[in-house]
Write a protein that binds this ligand. Structure first.
Ligand SMILES: N[C@@H]1[C@@H](O)[C@H](O)[C@@H](COP(=O)(O)O)O[C@@H]1O
Length: 353
């Protein structure tokens, strides 16, 4: 397990975007060798999607040979329901429909039940050759995808009953709390753990206790995210608020464990300074700790990606970003307001931990 902590959610999100870009570009996907990227919904990934769209526009990344597959969906919501995760993805991650997969809220023929849809999703993942990189958030109660506390760590994609705390937290997206579905389809923890690499983004103080339980407490089914401790290639990316409950020793140690791409031929996680620099992989045959490459090459303090126009403080002008061409994703105009309005709308009374 690794940790990459950042002062702000903007910087944490840019790090995740850089990591995703790095993995895709390093993989060099093509017509016959697709990169399978698993994606989340919720408020957490919004800035990452915005950054990916911006850097896609800049030509730094193409999604032409990327297949996306989503973590979960509400049972009973049709794909045109405004709160379906299908709609969320339509609005925030525009990729051609033949490259995009999501569990159906209502069964699509020939399947007649949600259970059949789940079994078919598992087959799909297998047929794609597994998930190269799984990106996800974490629930306030430690859930991952929609795997609630007490879920089996070996579970496969299935129908789950939502915890009342989760329904209450997610009610902020619905007009009326009673409209929040009671069930969801979700990749299982076993399915998630089969991914080659996992990146968990946690931002905001409301995630601090879930992050601590996931990373510092023992592996326990009451905190589904703690199952990630058994995965050998998982990185938590946090902002200062989300990591505030971690011990300093934990933070320092897990951050120092991030292998530098220049130093390790086999590592797939990059240090914060060089993660955006794919040409550096394996160029030095000695192990170095996080940041050493950049210090020795005099680049200390360099931005985390190679795009010189990636100033985290810079506002993005959406007006001219309307990408629809092959391999590109676009930014939705509604995204800014979502990002800006979401912060304070969570359930203040949630006491689920
Ligand atoms: N099922 C989703 C999860 O996939 C998501 O990671 C989590 C956190 O959501 P948010 O990012 O909005 O805090 O809860 C939701 O219920």
């Amino acid at each position: 397990m690794y940790l990459s902590n950042h002062p702000t959610k903007e910087e944490a999100s840019k790090y995740v975007a850089s990591l995703i870009i790095n993995r895709i570009n390093t993989f060099k996907p093509n017509q016959n060798r697709k990169f399978v990227l698993c994606l989340p919904t919720g408020s957490t990934p919004l800035l990452v999607y915005k950054e990916l769209a911006r850097r896609c526009e800049g030509g730094e990344i193409s999604f032409e040979h990327v297949i996306t597959i989503n973590l979960d969906e509400y049972v009973g919501l049709s794909s045109d329901h405004p709160q379906s995760y299908y709609q969320f993805m339509e609005e925030n991650f525009d990729i051609p429909s033949n490259q995009f997969h999501l569990l159906p809220g209502l069964p699509i023929p020939p399947h007649t039940t949600p259970q059949e849809s789940c079994a078919s999703y598992e087959s799909l993942i297998t047929s794609l050759g597994g998930i190269n990189l799984l990106f996800m958030g974490i629930g306030e109660n430690g859930h991952i995808a929609f795997n609630e506390p007490c879920s089996s760590f070996r579970g496969r994609t299935k129908v789950v009953k939502l915890n009342e705390d989760t329904r209450r937290v997610n009610a902020r997206f619905f007009d009326d709390p009673s409209e929040v579905p009671t069930h969801a389809l979700s990749m299982g923890i076993g399915t998630i753990l089969d991914s080659h690499e996992i990146v968990v983004l946690a931002i905001g103080q409301k995630k601090a206790e879930a992050v601590r339980k996931a990373m510092e407490d023992g592996v326990n089914h009451l905190c589904p995210a703690s199952a990630l401790q058994s995965h050998e290639n998982v990185i938590f990316v946090t902002d200062d608020e989300a990591s505030q409950n971690l011990r300093k020793t934990t933070k320092d140690y897990l951050a120092s464990q991030i292998p530098c791409q220049r130093g390790s031929m086999t590592s797939s996680i990059g240090c914060i300074e060089c993660i955006g620099s794919i040409e550096s992989i394996g160029s030095i045959g000695r192990p170095v700790v996080s940041g050493d490459c950049c210090r020795t090459s005099g680049n200390q303090g360099r931005a985390i990606n190679t795009n010189e126009d990636s100033d985290p403080t810079k506002q993005v002008d959406h007006s001219d970003i309307t990408l629809l061409s092959k391999g590109k994703i676009k930014i939705d105009e509604k995204l800014d307001s979502k990002i800006n309005n979401d912060d304070d709308q969570g359930d203040q009374d949630c006491n689920c931990l």
